[in-house]
Design a binder for this molecule. Structure first.
Ligand SMILES: CC(C)(COP(=O)(O)OP(=O)(O)OC[C@H]1O[C@@H](n2cnc3c(N)ncnc32)[C@H](O)[C@@H]1OP(=O)(O)O)[C@@H](O)C(=O)NCCC(=O)NCCS
Length: 175
C-alpha cells in the first residue's frame, strides 16, 4: 500500500465528494460500525447525510479530512468546533471512518494526527468524542492516548437496533 494522502475538503470540493463519502459511510455502517445509522444504509441515504452538513463545512465550523490511498477514498475524520464563546478552546471529533478493507494499516492513526494538527492550528486544545463501548474504535482511541471520562448506558442503538452503552473520551493537546 502506498502512503496515504491526507487532505482537507472544503466548499465546492466537499459538495462534489458527497457521493464518494456516502459510499464510504455506507460501507463502514454496513460492516457494523455504530456511527449514527442503522443498517442497511444505502449509499444514497449516506450521501444525503454528508450534504446535510455542507453549510457547516462551508462556514468552517466543521473541518473534514479525507485519506486517499492510490487515488481511492480510504478514510475520513472530522473536527467540529465548539460554538459557544466560553468553549473556544474545545472541539468534538466525529465520523472517524476507515474503509473496512483498509484497517490496521495506521490510516486511522494518521487521520487522527492530522485532526490534532487542525485543532492545534485553531487553538482547540481540548478534544471530546464518544464511541460505542467495547467497540474496535474504543480500543483505537485508548491506543492513541485518549482518556475515558465515563460510560453512558443505553446511549444509542447499534447498527442492528440493540441499545448499547457509549464511552466518552477526551484528549488535551499541548500547543
Ligand atoms: C476505529 C478505526 C477508525 C481505526 O482505524 P484503523 O485505520 O484500522 O486504525 P489504525 O490502523 O491506525 O490503528 C491504530 C492502533 O489502534 C488500535 N486498534 C485499531 N483497531 C483495533 C482493533 N480492531 N482492535 C484492537 N486495537 C485496535 C491498535 O493499537 C492500532 O495499532 P496496531 O495496528 O499497530 O496494533 C476503524 O476501525 C473504523 O473505521 N471503525 C469503524 C468506524 C468507527 O467506529 N469509528 C469511530 C467512531 S467514533
Amino acid at each position: 500500500m502506498s502512503a496515504p494522502i491526507i487532505a482537507r475538503v472544503e466548499g465546492g470540493a466537499f459538495h462534489a465528494m458527497a457521493n464518494d463519502l456516502g459510499e464510504l459511510l455506507a460501507d463502514v455502517v454496513n460492516a457494523g460500525a455504530s456511527v449514527g445509522f442503522l443498517r442497511p444504509l444505502s449509499a444514497a441515504a449516506a450521501s444525503a447525510w454528508w450534504r446535510s452538513i455542507d453549510d457547516g463545512v462551508r462556514a468552517g465550523h466543521i473541518i473534514v479530512l479525507v485519506a486517499r490511498v492510490d487515488g481511492r477514498l480510504a478514510g475520513t475524520a472530522q473536527l467540529r468546533l465548539a460554538a459557544m464563546p466560553n468553549q473556544a478552546h474545545r472541539a468534538d471529533v466525529a465520523k472517524v471512518l476507515v474503509r473496512p478493507s483498509m484497517r490496521r494499516r495506521q490510516l486511522g492513526g494518521t487521520l487522527m494526527s492530522a485532526i490534532e494538527s487542525e485543532a492545534r492550528q485553531r487553538a482547540r486544545t481540548l478534544l471530546v468524542l464518544d464511541t460505542e463501548s467495547g467497540s474496535d474504535a474504543e480500543k483505537f482511541y485508548v491506543a492513541l492516548g485518549w482518556t475515558r471520562s465515563g460510560v453512558i448506558p443505553r446511549y444509542a442503538q447499534d447498527t442492528d437496533g440493540t441499545m448499547r452503552a457509549t464511552t466518552i473520551f477526551y484528549k488535551e493537546l499541548t500547543r
